[in-house]
Design a protein around this ligand. Sequence first.
Ligand SMILES: N[C@@H](CCC(=O)N[C@@H](CS)C(=O)NCC(=O)O)C(=O)O
Length: 90
Amino acid sequence: MAVTLHRCPLTFLPGSVDPCSRVQEALDAQGVEYTVVKEWGFPRGRRTRVIELSGQNRLPVVEFEDGTAYREESEDMAARIRAGQLRGSD
Ligand SMILES: N[C@@H](CCC(=O)N[C@@H](CS)C(=O)NCC(=O)O)C(=O)O
């Protein structure tokens, strides 16, 4: 089942410089199915779903099918995804 990647609109930036692209590239590398929701750049308060899901307003955030969410520093997120541990075991 596909997860949802809540990310910034700067999709043209590579993962070497952009936290959201870093995580998206990790999802691609691991073959994780996902859909993208491009969130508002500013103001941060408009990221209502992100705040509701994760209790904070930074991106990226991964939303699971059950409505729970995963957010850490993007380097940590990418490492966990590339290790096949996005859901803890897959
Ligand atoms: N150190 C954080 C930086 C996260 C970050 O700055 N994300 C950007 C989007 S790629 C963002 O939320 N920018 C808008 C903001 O700072 O409110 C990480 O690597 O996860």
